[in-house]
Design a protein. Structure first.
Lengths: 332, 369
């Protein structure tokens, strides 16, 4: 018998999907994904969720609505902390509870608690707790996790080579070594922000694709190596206690300090609590180092035309800047 | 060293007295006003939560009055309050203010750093003296909280609630004039005895409302548009789930020892929310359950716009409302909140609660019990 397990395509999906998928596949579970974010999912989510939540959380509600009649279980792990003395956004901490209280007639939810704030040993506990829904064989769970983790490392490696996670999800299992050659003369723009905002093509209005079409090299926080992120994040006056925050700020600081980008586009969802702090930190640094910076705030009313105009204006501005940089008249 | 600190309800009474006893000159920021908020909104990041904006307003108004050192507390997540100090330092630096900011962060692996900062703020290395003045400060805080509770109860039952208002206004005016712990305590005592003399109508039919939510919004009267006073005038007995005393007891005294009262609240929240969500999200859910069990007529949840932990709580509260059959009203405040609309919602809510109560009584009569 193949149990059907639903995974909503939202929030942490973009960080962990390969790991989850391979793990459950090894356990003989059929993984069902919700459809890609679309108007219908967004509308369902907006009506199910409390008004004040941010857009990605609303969209996540929509994905669960989309899945609930199709599967036997839904996987919504409760991520509290993925690194010592760090947290995930508070809304993730209560995500399973939010879903359970906002959406009726749900199939059973697997809401394993993942809390590595104090020690890493809890990871194994969380893995067994998740696997126990399907098999009592601990060895099987363990080997499934090990195999899945190998795939996950491949996936991560692909991303650090510059592959956008959405593409990496499609190809990580096939071994491809020659990643597309990048045109080194073209512009390099960092698209910064939470993975669930920048990689969700509906929310970000295909921002990355648009930039690539314009022959621009796109860098995202996931592509920066972990040790670099940690090094630059440690330069902050106070230890960053959000894992996402550390990644976003550390990666943005590293590319700016090492002069690896010509500009930064920050995609944020309206009302995001972390972003209100992170944007301020990144923007101040960009101002100090004279790196062009623009902020795109998205919510359920954002229109694509306005976003396009802003992207075009931003890239045009950078192009002129690069072109005219050496043409400064001697008399100022 | 002229010390200042951000406002948070009545905490300033205790902090002022404590530092005056330690021999510092204290600049109490002017009472939060529209101007405070305007200054704060102008210089803060756009989407940050309301408390930071008001803090910034407080600092700038204090600096205008001559403050040189700012004392603030901190935390280490997951609520964004933990990063307040960094952002605030940057904002003040950008504005060109030359002030020193001393942050009391939780030890987070460096206990000596915190001790050093406390000694610096206290201006003495005598640990005994620091502990003693802290205890005195705590006592003042407790007494002020009691005073406010007393005034809330009296207001609900009083024949003329405006008498209470005038006594309390007098108290807040005089607090600026007194110096040190002893004088402050005396003032509190005098005010209390004045309040006790007010005539009350014990037979007045009152409704009981519990207030839960984000701590700053619950405690600071400017932010919640004096909700206790407004409700008091409608004949409502108000109880707040969070007070400065409870915060100090939990975070500084009993919490680290594991003896905190909050455990009871956490236990009540467990069926709905089993883990922490930062801020006071879990306490909001737990307190709502406890109020419902204590037969309160209604619950009001207060939160600043975009507060992350409270949004989680907000989405859980409807289930509590259904399970315990108790009305819950959520009020969200930000710099654009209008007083008239706010008042209308409160009045409608109180009317609803009264109606429900009458119906309950009538049911009893009809069924002959």
């Amino acid at each position: 018998m193949a149990c059907k397990l639903g995974i909503p395509q939202g929030l942490l999906f973009y960080d962990y999907y390969p790991l989850w998928k391979e793990f459950f596949k090894e356990l003989g579970v059929e993984v069902v994904l919700s459809s890609k974010t679309n108007k219908e999912i967004l509308d369902k989510g907006v009506s199910a969720c409390v008004d004040e939540a941010c857009l990605p959380v609303k969209v996540f509600h929509g994905h669960v609505e989309d899945l609930k009649d199709k599967v036997d279980y839904i996987f919504i792990p409760k991520f509290i902390s993925i690194r010592k003395r760090e947290f995930i956004c508070p809304k993730f901490l209560g995500l399973p509870e939010m879903i359970k209280n906002s959406i009726k007639d749900l199939p059973p939810i697997i809401d394993t608690e993942i809390n590595l704030r104090k020690s890493n040993y809890k990871l194994m506990k969380a893995i067994f707790e998740t696997g126990r829904h399907f098999t009592y064989n601990f060895f099987k769970i363990n080997s499934a996790y090990k195999k899945a983790f190998k795939y996950y490392t491949d996936y991560k490696r692909l991303i650090t080579k510059g592959v956008i996670p959405m593409e990496a999800i499609r190809v990580y299992s096939k071994c491809i070594n020659n990643v597309e050659n990048r045109n080194d003369n073209s512009l390099r723009i960092m698209v910064s922000g939470h993975p669930y905002n920048i990689y969700d093509e509906y929310l970000s209005m295909r921002l990355i694709k648009k930039l690539k079409k314009d022959n621009i090299n796109v860098i995202t926080p996931e592509m920066i190596k972990e040790d670099k992120i940690n090094y630059y994040a440690s330069k902050l006056p106070k230890r960053m206690f959000w894992s996402f925050g550390r990644k976003i700020v550390g990666s943005a600081f590293s590319v700016m300090e090492e002069q690896k980008v010509d500009g930064i586009i920050y995609v944020s969802s309206f009302g995001c609590g972390l972003d209100s702090i992170l944007i301020d930190l990144v923007q101040r640094k960009a101002k100090a180092l004279k790196v062009p910076f623009t902020l795109l705030t998205v919510d359920e009313h954002t229109g694509e035309a306005g976003i396009n105009t802003r992207i075009e204006a931003f890239t045009d501005m950078i192009k002129w800047r690069v072109k005219n940089e050496n043409n400064i008249p001697t008399h100022g | 060293m002229r010390i200042t600190f951000p406002h948070m309800g009545n905490t300033y009474v205790a902090v002022k007295a404590m530092f005056e006893d330690l021999g510092h000159e204290v600049v109490v920021p002017p009472k939060c006003s529209k101007r405070t908020l305007e200054i704060g909104t102008k210089y803060s990041p756009e989407t940050i939560c309301l408390p930071l904006k008001i803090n910034i307003g407080n600092y700038i108004e204090s600096i205008e009055k001559g403050a040189e050192t700012i004392l603030i507390t901190g935390s280490c997540g997951p609520c964004r309050f933990g990063y307040y100090s960094v952002i605030q330092k940057e904002i003040l630096k950008d504005l060109g203010y030359d002030v020193e900011i001393i942050v009391f962060d939780p030890p987070d692996g460096k206990p000596l750093e915190l001790a050093k900062r406390i000694m610096k703020a206290a201006g003495t290395k005598n640990v005994f003296k620091i502990v003693r003045s802290f205890q005195k400060g705590r006592k003042v805080l407790e007494e002020v909280d009691n005073l406010v509770d007393l005034s809330n109860t009296k207001r609900a039952y009083a024949n003329n609630p405006f008498e209470i208002d005038s006594i309390m206004n007098g108290f807040y005016e005089n607090i600026e004039k007194v110096h040190g712990v002893t004088e402050t305590m005396k003032l509190i005592k005098d005010t209390k005895s004045k309040l006790r003399r007010i005539k009350v109508n014990k037979n007045k039919k009152i409704v009981k409302i519990g207030i839960v939510g984000e701590i700053y919004t619950v405690i600071e009267p400017f932010v919640n548009l004096e909700i206790e006073k407004k409700l008091g005038h409608m004949g409502v007995l108000v109880d707040k789930s969070l007070t400065p005393t409870k915060w100090v007891n939990h975070n500084l005294i009993y919490g680290p020892l594991g003896l905190s009262e909050e455990k009871k609240v956490w236990k009540a929240a467990k069926p709905y929310l089993s883990t922490l969500v930062g801020g006071h999200g879990r306490e909001t859910v737990g307190s709502a359950v406890l109020y419902a069990k204590e037969n309160y007529d209604g619950i009001i949840q207060l939160l600043p716009f975009t507060c992350m932990p409270e949004i989680v709580a907000e989405s859980i509260l409807p289930t509590v409302q259904k399970d315990y059959n108790i009305p819950i009203l959520t009020l969200i405040v930000d710099e654009l909140t209008g007083e008239a609309g706010y008042l209308t919602r409160l009045e409608a809510f109180v009317d609803l609660l009264r109606k429900r109560r009458e119906e309950k009584v009538n049911e009893g009569i009809l069924s002959g019990s």
